[in-house]
Ligand binder design. Structure first.
Ligand code: CP
Length: 353
């Protein structure tokens, strides 16, 4: 993959690079008209999303037969990926791992930084640079906002850059979750993503999935968003500003029962108390932000219920049996959507028929 003109001519310091608008940074993280480092939901255009969804559909279809699965697993059999997850994860880790295997990539992993030489005082920056000595892609989750981006920026300045994929960075972004969430909407609505009312519920302040999903919604026409949260955990101003700039109407409310009636999709999230600094979550009444069996009678017949999972008490378990509850399909969709993304990054997506 060749570096773009923008990349080779401008090599800013991290301190100068970090505050730039995302739109200015995107060329630095692209190659040959493709996403190279997948860091922000803003990197996904409507056309790219449509292409990735078609690729994901093709992958799930073609791998149903052994011949197809063998062909797909030969596409990246010369590549190795490192999964560096410095924060807990079940489905992002598992879906990326299995997506790599579907495409034939070999994988290695660090899931506990106490087993890496960081305990000897090596900086996280030097640690991730070390990975690139051995692998062709780094997929990472990190608790520090911006650290995944910094890793990609750093890699792009080395003699051996490798693509970096953001599997969740702090409270900041989770772009591949937004990709699979939108893929789930695409499959639920037979490919028609315009003209939808989407209700996001829960801890919207610290939920990186709802932040990234809000960014992706700019790609679709006539979208309206309702944000339902405790007053302590309302959606942050940067996302609301983004929606205003892109002319996407939104409302903030605590009236969950009121907005669910007109929803096309309800996106439930849990309280993100792992980000508490001084027990902020204690004392917050989360009980109104709970989807119960009785709500199934109040929502549209075509409305779908999503959740990035893991779940605590946001959705009554008996709701799982309703065909409108798509969150178990959603997590499996993550494997196909992530495989499609990696095929795109390495330029083998056109070989998946
Ligand atoms: N949705 C999600 O990111 O789940 P994990 O934390 O289990 O990866």
């Amino acid at each position: 993959m060749k570096r773009t003109q923008e990349m080779t001519s401008v090599q800013p310091d991290w301190e100068n690079f970090l505050p730039r608008p995302i739109s200015d940074k995107i060329p630095f993280f692209s190659r040959d008209g493709r996403v190279y480092d997948c860091l922000f939901a803003q990197q996904f255009s409507r056309d790219l999303l449509a292409h990735l969804f078609r690729t994901a559909d093709a992958l799930r279809e073609v791998t149903q037969k052994k011949g197809g699965a063998d062909h797909v697993s030969s596409l990246l059999s010369d590549k190795r990926a490192m999964l560096y997850f410095a924060q807990p994860s079940t489905r992002t880790f598992m879906s990326f791992l299995n997506a790599c295997h579907i495409l034939g990539m070999k994988t290695s992993e660090i899931r506990d930084t106490s087993t890496s030489s960081e305990v000897k005082g090596e900086t996280p920056e030097d640690t991730v640079r070390t990975f690139s000595s051995y692998v062709d892609m780094i997929i990472m989750r990190h608790p520090t906002p911006g650290f995944v981006e910094k890793t990609a920026w750093l890699m792009n300045r080395t003699g051996r850059p490798v693509p970096v994929v953001n599997g969740g960075s702090g409270k900041d972004q989770h772009p591949t979750q937004a990709l699979l969430d939108t893929y789930t909407l695409y499959r639920s609505f037979n490919g028609e993503l315009d003209n939808k009312h989407i209700v996001m519920v829960g801890d919207l302040k610290r939920g990186r999935t709802v932040r990234s999903l809000s960014y992706l919604m700019k790609n679709y026409k006539n979208i309206s968003l309702s944000f339902v949260s405790p007053k302590e955990f309302r959606m942050e101003a940067d996302i609301l500003d983004f929606l205003k700039r892109h002319g996407i109407p939104y409302q903030e409310t605590e009236d969950f029962a009121g907005v669910m009636r007109t929803a096309d999709a309800i996106y439930m999230t849990r309280i993100q108390d792992e980000h508490d600094k001084a027990g902020e979550s204690k004392g917050v009444d989360y009980s109104p932000f709970y989807f119960r069996q009785e709500h199934l009678k109040q929502i549209k017949k075509t409305c779908v219920i999503l959740h990035p999972l893991p779940r605590r008490h946001e959705i009554e378990v008996s709701v799982d049996d309703d065909p409108r509850a798509v969150f178990w399909r959603q997590e499996r969709n993550g494997m196909w959507a992530r495989a499609a993304l990696m095929a795109h990054i390495f330029g083998v997506d056109e070989k998946i028929a």
